[in-house]
Design a protein around this ligand. Structure first.
Ligand SMILES: O=C(O)c1cc(C(=O)O)c2c(n1)C(=O)C(=O)c1cc(C(=O)O)[nH]c1-2
Length: 231
């Protein structure tokens, strides 16, 4: 099989957009202002498990990647999530969001609200990065091609539909929207440059498809739980 052109390859990756979690029923209800406070709490507590595993996923990619250039670029992601000192970074800002929707830091950190489906899905993502070739693991993060638009929509919807959430809670999204603008294209460039055979291109498409399943599985779990009261 011959590799397709970079433009065709990127179009194949982008064609997975309908599988992205922006169209998941839970997100649609969120954007329409239909979620209860308890449902937003279940969402924030379960998304915490995703947020806290991302740095470990990225560290797994670093450990499998022999290229200093890529590692130099990729390690910034770990710094972004963990910060450079306690009390900083994306993970910390996620906890502030959870607090803004009425959870305590303690109940977020002890993960008492994390549902089995969330745990299985997110752990599968970390294991994918640990065990697959690093280019495929990086390709699985290409949902970032789609996440900027979703986060902008979500931020606007949360501010408008849930005015009781304090503005301090939104630092995660305001910072992340900026980060994703640059990282999204940089990630596409890495995947294109290092997927030279058709087999590698198809493996990258499969990796992105897998990741769409991971994200949807998290929301399926949260959605199934919805309406059952305080998480
Ligand atoms: O809010 C979102 O909808 C959303 C989606 C995604 C994504 O598509 O994977 C990420 C994030 N946020 C995010 O904040 C984030 O840090 C992040 C890292 C990654 C990744 O796979 O490495 N995805 C995402």
């Amino acid at each position: 099989m011959t590799a397709v052109s970079p433009a065709e390859f990127v179009a194949e990756l982008r064609a997975l957009a309908p599988r992205y979690w922006d169209s998941h029923p839970f997100h649609l209800r969120m954007h329409a202002g239909q979620l209860s406070k308890h449902e937003l709490q279940a969402w924030a507590a379960n998304r915490w498990y995703y947020q806290r595993c991302i740095a470990q996923k990225d560290a797994a990619i670093l450990s499998n990647c022999p290229s200093p250039e890529i590692r130099r670029q990729w390690r910034e992601r770990i710094v972004w999530h963990d910060g450079t000192q306690p009390g900083e970074g994306g993970a910390e800002n996620w906890i502030r969001l959870a607090e803004a929707v009425g959870l305590t830091r303690e109940e977020v950190l002890d993960e008492r609200h994390v549902l089995p489906g969330t745990r299985f899905a997110v752990d599968a993502y970390v294991n994918f990065a640990r065990t697959k070739p690093w280019v495929e693991a990086i390709a699985s993060g290409l949902t970032e091609m789609f996440s900027g638009a979703l986060m902008r929509k979500r931020l606007a919807a949360l501010r408008e539909q849930y005015p009781w959430i304090a503005e301090e809670g939104f630092a995660y999204f305001t910072n992340r929207i900026q980060a994703v603008a640059g990282e999204g294209q940089a990630t596409v460039d890495i995947v294109v440059a290092h997927s030279l055979t058709r087999e590698q291109q198809l493996a990258a498409v499969d990796a992105l498809s897998f990741k769409c399943d991971v994200l949807r599985a998290v929301l399926d779990a949260v959605d199934y739980y919805s309406g059952k009261g305080r998480p």
